[in-house]
Design a protein around this ligand. Structure first.
Ligand code: UDP
Length: 239
């Protein structure tokens, strides 16, 4: 598959969750869901990290960019659905480790997973508030010892990606950065209704429901301008 670069950030134009999860199982690495915010905020370190690993399209902005570069079949694959797709597909054979969100949210996430996926093998988990280097070391030691097939990290970008980089150095696995996905799964945060998701305007729904996101979402205006002007091709390389 050809990787496409949007403003220097490499994105694989996957066409379905099945294709993405089959690819993941064959290619243990850090999987980053790429949206406009990630592309605009990425510094050199983040760009290198994504490009050395696997970025997939999780936003209306990058999707428009991919399509205009000839990847007509590319689709938006939301991180908050991707990890559940992996769980559904592999919970009978593989092991899982979860890190992220507040204590109550991760507790509820684990309880719900065990209820919905009977027999799922969760070899470890913890909240996402890692307060000291010693806590981080303890987490890395535990992951190295338990050797999970999948590590899901829901702490927001780029915090989660930087942690996953440390995890991969100790134990190679499929690791996903999932932002606020555990909050959605545990029922603390509602996703947009299907219509908004299917019409690629989930960002607008989130904005209307939480106007404080405006400062974060102003990046979308800049991204829209890049697409209209064709400027996003800057730093575009196809390999
Ligand atoms: N979070 C965390 N550790 C921190 C800061 C945040 O685990 O040190 C969690 C927070 O509880 C929430 C998620 O990270 O569950 C925030 O994700 P955000 O809304 O930034 O992600 P998005 O879905 O917008 O990418």
């Amino acid at each position: 598959m050809e990787k496409v670069f949007v403003k220097g950030v490499g994105i694989f134009p996957f066409t379905s969750f099945d294709q993405l999860s089959d690819y993941a199982i064959e290619n243990p690495a850090i999987y980053t869901s790429v949206n406009a915010e990630i592309i605009l905020n990425a510094d050199d370190r983040m760009r290198k990290l994504i490009n050395k690993n696997v970025g997939y399209c999780d936003g209306a902005g990058p999707l428009a960019a991919l399509r205009s570069m000839g990847c007509e079949d590319a689709v938006k694959l939301a991180g908050c659905e991707f990890w559940l797709h992996l769980v559904k597909k592999f919970y009978r054979q593989k092991t899982f480790y979860l890190v992220g969100a507040k204590q109550e949210v991760i507790d509820n996430t684990i309880t719900k997973l065990k209820r919905e996926f009977k027999g799922i093998d969760i070899v470890g988990y913890r909240n996402g508030y890692i307060l000291s280097p010693a806590e981080e070391q303890a987490l890395l030691d535990d992951i190295e010892e338990k050797k999970p097939d999948f590590v899901f990290v829901a702490m927001g970008a780029p915090r989660q990606e930087l942690l996953m980089e440390k995890i991969q150095k100790r134990h190679q696995c499929v690791s996903l950065g999932l932002g606020g996905s555990f909050d959605v799964y545990a029922g603390n945060v509602k996703r947009a209704p299907k219509w908004w998701i299917n019409h690629n305007v989930e960002w607008l729904y989130r904005l209307l429901n939480d106007p404080q996101r405006i400062s974060r979402q102003l990046v979308l205006l800049q991204f829209a301008w890049w697409i209209l002007s064709g400027e996003f091709r800057q730093g575009t390389v196809t390999i």
